[in-house]
Design a protein around this ligand. Structure first.
Ligand SMILES: [Zn+2]
Length: 299
């Protein structure tokens, strides 16, 4: 009995694990494998529905406030139902409480046989692991996890094709005045690549990138971040246009590079984007770094 009480006292005295130390990379990898195994996940496909169900299950388990941004997009393939999913943590009654958004797309390319273990599954999964880390944990900022839908273009990325979900959500948040409360927006994309190298994306907010660099340095991961520069059209662009400081946290070199390959590497938008190209270690590096960055910004 005395031993038992002593154990309780010790447990109460021990500081709670920090947010970034609560990130479970093994679980993040397991989520990635589970989602990749759902198969093709373009909007309205069975794999897409299974992914939506999994996101909702995890948000419910972790005590998030789940919200939807549903609409029908006019696309070159005709009308498509689009479902952005938002999980909110630490919402207070303060109408001025700052908001921080961590986002990633959960749809995959319309391409038969495309599994997107890295391009789609890894970003979807890291957000699920963020939900698990945020469960029951206090932050001053309201943290939103946003799974964007129909990021992929039907034909090519231009003003009317691609980024359907993020364009809609950013416009909504700008129109209802919420955008001005958003302290920052981090987009995670293709961060499961086992040969990890996060780009310094040139359209992104430099000050927020410097916070990420500080967090990476603190954790000993500096060599995995910002060793090359590139300009990318991705789900952060509509948020930049809405006036939200945004960063694309993206590994833009997936497999071998060269003129014979896609501009983002040999496995980008290739049916070879499979689980053997993804590692638990890369998810751990990005997951811990991003959550420590949130902690630095939350002070
Ligand atoms: Zn893609």
């Amino acid at each position: 009995m005395i031993v038992h009480l002593g154990w309780i006292a010790a447990a109460l005295a021990a500081p709670a694990a920090s947010l970034h130390d609560s990130f479970n990379s093994q679980q993040a990898y397991a989520y990635t494998a589970q989602i990749a195994a759902f198969g093709e996940r373009w909007p309205e496909s069975p794999g897409h529905r299974k992914t939506e169900d999994l996101i909702h299950q995890v948000l419910q388990k972790d005590g998030a406030r789940a919200e939807a941004d549903d609409f029908t997009a006019a696309t070159p393939r005709g009308p498509i139902a689009v479902h952005n999913i938002i999980g909110k943590f630490n919402v207070t009654a303060d109408p001025k409480q700052p908001i921080f958004i961590l986002a990633g797309h959960y749809d995959t390319l319309f391409q038969p046989g495309f599994i997107g273990a890295n391009d789609g599954a890894s970003s979807t999964a890291i957000l699920l692991a963020f939900a698990d880390a945020l469960a029951g944990r206090k932050t001053k900022m309201q943290i939103w996890l946003v799974w964007t839908d129909l990021e992929e273009a039907i034909h090519t990325f231009d003003d009317d094709d691609g980024l359907y979900g993020s364009r809609h959500l950013a416009q909504q948040l700008a129109a209802n005045g919420t955008a001005s409360r958003i302290r920052g927006f981090f987009l995670l994309d293709m961060i499961g690549d086992k040969d990890l190298g996060v780009a310094r994306e040139t359209g992104s907010d430099r000050g927020l990138q410097d916070f990420i660099a500080r967090a990476a340095a603190q954790l000993g991961y500096s060599q995995d971040f910002f060793q090359y520069q590139i300009d990318i059209i991705d789900d952060h662009v509509p948020f930049i246009r809405a006036g939200v400081p945004s960063v694309d946290v993206v590994d833009a070199m997936y497999g071998r590079m060269g003129p014979q390959f896609d501009s983002m590497g040999e496995f980008h938008h290739s049916n070879a984007d499979t689980m053997d190209k993804v590692s638990r270690r890369s998810l751990e590096i990005v997951g811990r770094t991003i959550l420590l960055t949130v902690e630095l910004l939350d002070r």
